[in-house]
Write a protein that binds this ligand. Structure first.
Ligand code: GLN
Length: 269
């Protein structure tokens, strides 16, 4: 006879307490409050097994958002699967800066490349409802997840296209946004991210090759005065500014994330 409090005790012993509670709510399909009010309730054996299984997965390093099937970004939950990167809080810095740039723009044309879960494109589309957003990804599976998020969250102003970087893109935009794969292939943090799509994390070259591709192609797809805004690694600020400058961008500057690390670089055509 296993009770809720006994299961929580076992979860707390193995993984982060917050995650242990979240996973128990997920398996029991109940609220966090009822974990407290019903702590002496006996859990049926099938759910006990499921809980112990997901605790084991999480203890092995499998990401909790993939078990839950969603992750919070900005103020919304995005459906996630192992086909897409789990949205990171650092990426909210990118969204915040894009929204600041567009604060007075009416009906801005926004291009996001490498849409993944859709967290950036869908958030921009919802926060700026008159925007026309084009969002691309090379992965059909990622696009399926992103389209599902757009539909569920009510973003009907996003057009999704499949292809590599600018390949499927036509037209000119007011702003181009991307959180490209920027981790160096031999980075010591990469093994810990082994359950996320490798192509979303690293370019397999030097961490800057996709940033170069995006900066090189931007002029053709930006109106004069339009902005390029890219997320990058904490130690890539100087390198990314120099790539922007080599491609004739002006007003090039880097913005820090909430952890005070260089995180995004912005330039104007
Ligand atoms: N645009 C998505 C995000 O920021 C996916 C980025 C990626 O896969 N590199 O989370």
């Amino acid at each position: 006879m296993t009770t809720i409090s006994e299961l929580l005790r076992q979860g707390f012993a193995r993984i982060d307490r917050y995650d242990a509670r979240l996973l128990l709510c997920h398996v029991l399909e109940c609220s966090k409050e009822s974990l407290i009010t019903k702590q002496d309730c006996v859990v049926d054996p099938e759910r006990v097994d499921r809980y112990l299984h997901v605790i084991q997965q999480a203890a092995d390093g499998y990401p909790v958002p993939y078990i839950l099937g969603y992750h919070g970004f900005w103020n919304r939950n995005f459906h996630v699967t192992p086909d897409v990167l789990i949205p990171r809080p650092d990426t909210e810095t990118l969204v915040e800066n894009v929204l600041n740039i567009l604060v007075d723009a009416s009906a801005p044309r926004i291009l996001e490349m490498g849409v993944g879960s859709g967290c950036i494109a869908v958030t921009l589309a919802l926060e700026k409802p008159d925007a026309r957003v084009v969002a691309t990804d090379i992965s059909e599976k990622a696009l399926t997840v992103a389209k599902g998020n757009a539909r569920r969250l009510g973003a009907d102003n996003v057009t999704f296209l499949c292809g590599s970087w600018y390949e499927p893109v036509e037209g000119v935009f007011d702003i181009i946004v991307s959180n490209p794969p920027y981790i160096e292939p031999d980075d010591e943090h990469l093994p810990a991210l082994r359950y996320e799509p490798i192509g979303a994390l690293t370019d397999g070259v030097d961490g800057l090759s996709d940033i170069r591709t995006i900066a090189r192609g931007a002029a053709e797809h930006l109106r004069p005065g339009g902005y390029l805004t890219l997320e990058h690694g904490y130690d890539q600020g100087a390198a990314v500014r120099s790539i922007f400058e080599c491609n004739a961008f002006r007003d090039v500057h880097t913005v820090k994330d909430l952890g005070q690390n260089d995180r995004i670089t912005i330039g104007r055509r």
